[in-house]
Design a binder for this molecule. Structure first.
Ligand code: ADP
Length: 263
């Protein structure tokens, strides 16, 4: 299996903040690759560097085994922030606007609408869409031009449960059609449900990476029953005995013990 993206010791600072401190890992073709970490761990910065929105201070990366170039980037569709769709335009006409901006052919619009399951509602005004449908349209826009790879930053953020389910199903469908998907998420639960591979970031450092089953087998879980997950997470995060704490949405906390500390 070939490597789509290979990162070699990528570092990035914002003034005093070390957003990424020498991160290296590889993303295999055909994977749904989750970049998992709490807010502020460097996920968006990493995706920004890969998509040429930001420049790394040091380190390098390859796309499709080659130095990154405009030709390589054409093979990548991105959804890094919610596009500004026109509320009174239909989905189809909104995609015509996107195609014009991206200098892409309108001929691809029926295909992407079909792919994201919006063909039947393509003539409805955007403002009548549910949250999940709006996000599916955003993914359709990223799929214009038939990129091999799709990069999504927190694709289910801000959605209702129905929308979350729609987007997770769509991601799995796209993967079965051969797309490689790279997605940032702060939800362990999401990565376990949707991704085949994962890289775990914390404070700009890579904690582990590889197939989800292998990586998760190395980690520990604490059953917390029906406790207030968020409050308990905050409490444990402050404790020096724990290196890493992530709620996984099932009354479980995913923790890595800080072996430098004897609690
Ligand atoms: P994540 O996507 O995991 O939430 P980010 O990549 O957005 O993480 O941020 C990593 C760190 O860099 C955080 O501490 C954040 O506050 C900081 N940061 C991100 N963007 C900027 C910026 N433009 N200026 C200053 N600090 C930033």
């Amino acid at each position: 299996m070939s490597i789509i993206l290979s990162l070699n010791s990528i570092s990035k600072r914002y003034g005093a903040i070390q957003a990424l401190g020498g991160v290296s890992f590889s993303i295999p073709e055909g994977s749904v690759f989750g970049i998992l970490g709490p807010n502020g761990s460097g996920k968006t910065t990493l995706l920004g560097i890969v998509t040429d929105v930001l420049k790394a201070d040091s380190g390098s990366f390859t796309l499709f085994g080659q130095a990154p170039s405009a030709v390589q980037r054409q093979k990548i569709g991105t959804l890094l922030e919610t596009p500004n769709f026109y509320h009174y335009l239909s989905a189809r006409n909104n995609l015509k606007v996107v195609a014009a901006i991206k200098r892409q052919s309108e001929a691809d619009i029926p295909r992407v609408l079909d792919l994201v399951g919006l063909a039947a509602r393509q003539h409805s005004a955007f403002k009548t869409y549910s949250l999940g449908m709006k996000q599916r349209l955003a993914i359709a826009a990223a799929l214009l031009g038939d990129p091999q790879v799709l990069i999504l930053d927190e694709p289910t953020n801000g959605l209702d449960p129905e929308g979350i389910a729609e987007i997770r199903t769509l991601i799995r469908t796209l993967a079965t059609q051969g797309k490689t998907i790279i997605m940032a998420s702060h939800l362990l639960d999401e990565v376990e449900k949707v991704c085949t591979h994962v890289a775990i970031l914390r404070k700009g450092e890579l904690l582990s990476s590889g197939p989800v089953n292998t990586v998760m087998a190395r980690e520990d879980f604490i059953e917390i029953g029906s406790a207030d997950v968020q409050a308990l997470t905050r409490l444990i995060q402050q404790h020096p005995a724990f290196e890493k704490v992530l709620p996984n949405g099932n009354n479980l906390l995913h923790v890595t013990f800080n072996h430098a500390i004897d609690p």
